[in-house]
Design a protein around this ligand. Structure first.
Ligand code: NIG
Ligand code: FE
Length: 395
């Protein structure tokens, strides 16, 4: 197999602590290497380290003194959808609060769309995310809410990404208004049967106006019994049982984590469940940001993702989320970049992405900047100039 040396890397984020100059320094988790090189073979990284120590390779590629980091791992999006929520956003910016009710608008439009239209929209968003450095993207169903509609959503998603989440439990389907128990029976019965073959994950929106703690537990445990792994929309709009349920069930991630009690923070600090923060959502709903500092100080693992969806967070830009997390949520630039790469990988229980060391996929973002810190230092500037995915330059 041909070995390619990627050199001219002024600053390389590997997320391999063993490569850090000083293992006790605060930036050690990033495994930063100055004047670095990578060797890739096929789809994988086979070597990373100082350019001066690089092994021989068959070909060479010069990134011209730029910074390189692992491609972003966006572990939370809702991109099997149709329709538009511009009016709802406009109303919100005039003072109307965000509620789960807006989801119904997208459900109606999604049900009316063709398979081709839904697939084309998802493909367009994947390409948009890739241009901004995202090389792994999870996406969910949740705008169908009938057996057939949810099944086609996860099937379409599975055709375009490896990380598919069944979110039949987004809200109670309009057909079951006033009878949530009947809808939970559908979500845990025929809908689960139809969706499980296409999905890796099961999710539930545990929130007032969506599903309570008991319903969420029934939904997640039914998914687990079918081999799906749980993740939870937890504590987004109000305090509630979502985070502690996620930790108790060993969920890979509790997502949002905006309204947390001390007990919630302690649970995340002590458990293995990643706290995935989605600042695009608070930005676009004009809400209070989650407190990343409090979670990090308690020992929690924090991931940053976009939550890209047409209602609460219509951004596919991980760099935008990194900049907000640094400015508004108490994260250092190093912590935010780790959270958007290695953190996302943890939230998806992946060890083959989110890092640039031997055995990882050669998924990398090249910045037109001297270091990863510029992602927060230069907000809104499109610094990602080159993206490699699976060993091939894609952008
Ligand atoms: O993660 N919280 C629930 N679901 C989405 C919003 C979906 C929508 O408003 O369409 C979220 O924010
Ligand atoms: Fe979400």
């Amino acid at each position: 197999m041909t070995a390619t040396l990627i050199h001219g890397i002024r600053s390389l984020v590997t997320n391999e602590p063993a490569l850090a100059r000083d293992p006790s320094a605060p930036d050690a988790p990033l495994g930063l290497v100055a004047d670095a090189a990578l060797v890739i073979e096929g789809e994988h990284v086979v070597w990373a380290g100082p350019a001066a120590d690089a092994p021989a390779a068959d070909t060479a590629y010069d990134v011209g003194g730029r910074a390189v980091l692992p491609g972003f791992v966006d572990s939370h999006s809702h991109l099997v959808y149709a329709g538009d929520r511009t009016q709802e956003f406009n109303a919100r910016m005039s003072g109307r609060p965000y509620t789960a009710g807006g989801i119904r608008t997208t459900v109606a439009a999604t049900r009316a769309a063709s398979d081709d239209e839904l697939a084309a929209t998802l493909a367009r968003h994947l390409a948009e995310a890739l241009r901004q450095g995202t090389t792994t993207l999870e996406t969910k169903s949740g705008y169908g809410l009938t057996v057939d509609q949810e099944a086609r959503a996860v099937r379409i998603a599975a055709g375009l990404t490896d990380e598919v989440t069944y979110l039949g439990a987004h809200i109670v389907a309009p057909e079951h208004d006033g009878d949530p128990a009947a809808y939970v029976a559908e979500v845990t019965g025929p809908m689960l049967d139809a969706c499980a073959p296409y999905a890796r994950w099961i999710d539930v929106f545990c929130e007032q106006g969506a599903f309570d703690g008991d319903q969420a537990r029934a939904i997640l445990t039914a998914g687990q019994a079918r081999g799906l792994l749980p993740r939870v929309h937890a504590n987004q709009l109000s305090y509630g049982p979502g985070v502690r349920l996620a930790v108790e069930l060993g969920a890979a991630s509790a997502d949002h984590c905006t309204h947390l009690t001390d007990a919630d923070v302690d649970a995340l600090g002590q458990g293995d469940t990643v706290a995935t923060l989605l600042p695009g959502c608070e930005f676009s709903t004009r809400a209070v940001y989650p407190d990343a500092r409090r979670l990090l100080d308690a020992g929690a693992t924090v991931a940053l993702s976009t939550d890209c969806n047409p209602g609460s967070s219509f951004t596919s830009s991980v760099p935008f989320c990194v900049a907000i997390a640094v400015r508004e949520m108490g994260m250092t630039p190093d912590e935010a970049v780790w959270a958007a790469t290695a953190g996302g990988a943890r939230a998806l229980r992946r060890t083959d992405v989110g890092r640039l060391g031997p055995g990882a996929y050669a998924d990398l973002a090249v910045l037109d900047a001297p270091s990863h810190v510029h992602l927060a230092y230069r907000p809104g500037v499109p610094l990602v100039t080159e993206v490699w995915r699976r060993g091939v330059r894609a952008v």
